[in-house]
Write a protein that binds this ligand. Structure first.
Ligand code: XMP
Length: 511
């Protein structure tokens, strides 16, 4: 591989992969490694630049992560972000203190010195995203202050001669205006990057790595027909062809007609494709189950069992491939992030499964990057742009206990919602939209009679990374049409509400 590398050294920050993703957005290849990576290894990698992430610690405490100051003498440009910025200052003889009375959190007006290369071509003031209590009260020798806020004199520091830069705020988050341009300036103006990398390179590298790892082993893939597992199927089939068996478990919680559509979509592919109709099995396990995390757990375990049974039928299988992407990883509590929902396709295999290993080649990609990769691999638009669908499917869109009757109601209502959104040409603008059967009943009137039926909730969100989301502003007239069609065409629904909460505080799914 002949492309430039930028190394992100991770000090335990929340945004480590987000930084990597932003660097990739600038067409520069990037790897995230631990801050403990030995200097010799870094020298061998010969990166064009190094970025230190933020982190939750205080640099002046002995137990906090530190770095060998030799790194600043390698002649490689370094950009420190938040904790990384303080660490750079502290390691080079500056001083960092706690700013108890002036800690900054959230959107902060910041004033920039445009002669600093990071701010080249950008306005001299703007909003940045701050999250710190400590601050640099005295920069190291050779450094100048390059940005400030009303309460922090050292929002940015720089030593252009040594190509060392530090930002107290987070340029990688969207709340920072022009944050991506600042990173681009670092990459292109300071590190001399040329933008010699794209998703095509990613595909090549991933295919090569999969081949090396898997050898002539067999892979089983959980194919749901969603974007992630479809992209993974394409990637794996390019890497190992018929060594791959795709198993599509139809757990019965797919959207209307979807089982057949998935089967049809992969009919002509050069892979082994097996569809398992396991609806009865899943439903019987969920009788009386109401709690969302229990549903996920049961469905996750059943999945594994079904795979195990299939694996036995097709003989020895070495690897179990999953389309886990990065937002799944952090929301399932990898690293320091708190557990919000245990997405069932993350977290390793239970003891009783005898595959050798799980492989998750998309683990570091965000959703939009996964789509880009899908297009690179030549997947058709309708698969690449299919809206995300959770592994447990409609099971987590029926609040409380699941019954066949409720499933059928939800499938029909959801189908109408999706059909109307597509007809209105909004299917790519709204990133995820679906119906939720609330299981709450209320009184209505139809014809001359009183009804006592279910309330259906409609949810539509716009988002870039599914970690935060806004509710979609679906035009009222369209909502009216959808509502009228559903109550008229689907039995047992007499009331429809539209979910107008953002994430956070709500999540996208209701369970
Ligand atoms: P939340 O509801 O956590 O959803 O805001 C974020 C994204 O994740 C999807 N999601 C899941 N995907 N298994 C999955 O594979 C799950 O258990 C699960 N729960 C939520 C959700 O559809 C949205 O795209």
């Amino acid at each position: 591989m002949n492309h430039q590398l930028v190394l992100v050294l991770d000090f335990g920050g929340q945004y480590n992969q987000l930084i990597a993703r932003r660097v990739r957005e600038c067409n520069v290849y990037c790897e995230v490694k631990s801050y403990q990576t030995p200097i010799d290894e870094i020298k061998k990698l010969s990166p064009a630049g190094i970025i230190f992430t933020g982190g939750p610690n205080s640099v002046y405490l002995e137990e906090s992560p530190h770095i060998d100051p030799e790194i600043f003498r390698l002649g490689i440009p370094v950009l420190g972000i938040c904790y990384g910025c303080q660490l750079m200052a502290y390691s080079l003889g500056g001083s960092v203190s706690s700013a108890n009375t002036t800690s900054e959190y959230g959107k902060t007006v910041t004033y920039f010195d445009r002669s600093c290369r990071l701010f080249d071509g950008l306005p001299d003031q703007g909003i940045t995203w701050m999250s710190h209590t400590d601050y640099i009260d005295n920069p190291p020798e050779g450094f100048t202050l390059a940005a400030h806020t009303d309460s922090c004199p050292s929002a940015a520091i720089c030593n252009p001669d040594k190509r060392l830069y530090g930002l107290q705020f987070h340029p990688e988050v969207l709340h920072t205006e022009n944050g991506l341009s600042m990173l681009r300036n670092f990459l292109y103006l300071v590190c001399g990057c040329t933008g010699d990398w794209d998703m095509g390179n990613y595909a090549q590298t991933a295919i090569q790595e999969i081949r090396e790892k898997v050898g002539d082993g067999k892979i089983l893939l959980a194919l749901s027909g969603g974007v992630d597992s479809s992209v993974l199927a394409a990637l794996l089939s390019k890497a190992v062809g018929k060594q791959l068996t795709c198993i599509f478990v139809d757990h019965g919680f797919m959207r209307k007609n979807e089982g057949d559509e998935v089967e049809a979509a992969f009919a002509d592919w050069d892979v082994n494709f097996i569809r398992v109709n396991a609806a009865d099995r899943f439903l019987s396990k969920l009788v009386g189950v109401e709690e969302p995390e229990t549903k996920r757990k049961i469905i996750g375990e059943e999945f594994i069992r079904v795979f195990e049974a299939e694996a036995k039928k097709i003989g020895q299988v070495d690897y179990f491939a999953q389309g886990t992407i990065y937002p799944d990883v952090i929301e399932s509590g990898a690293g320091d992030a708190a557990v919000i929902k245990s997405h069932h396709n993350v977290g390793g295999l239970p003891d009783y499964v005898d595959f050798k290993e799980i492989i998750e080649p998309l683990r570091l990609l965000f959703k939009d990057e996964t789509r880009k990769l899908g297009m690179e691999l030549g997947l058709p638009d309708y698969l690449v742009w299919r809206q995300p669908f959770p592994g447990p499917g409609l099971a987590i869109r029926i609040i409380g206990e699941i019954t066949r009757e409720k499933l059928a109601i939800l499938q029909d209502a959801d189908f109408i919602f999706r059909e109307e959104i597509a007809k209105a040409g909004l299917d790519r603008d709204i990133h995820q939209y679906f119906a939720v059967l609330t299981s709450m009943k209320s009184v209505g009137v139809m014809g001359d009679g009183r009804t006592y039926d279910y309330t259906l909730a409609l949810r539509g969100v716009t988002t870039t990374d599914f970690m935060t989301a806004d509710f979609a502003r679906i035009p009222y007239d369209l909502l009216a049409k959808i509502s009228s069609r559903i109550v008229n065409e689907v039995k047992n629904i007499n009331r429809i509400v539209y979910d107008i909460t953002t994430k956070p505080p709500a999540t996208i799914e209701w369970e």
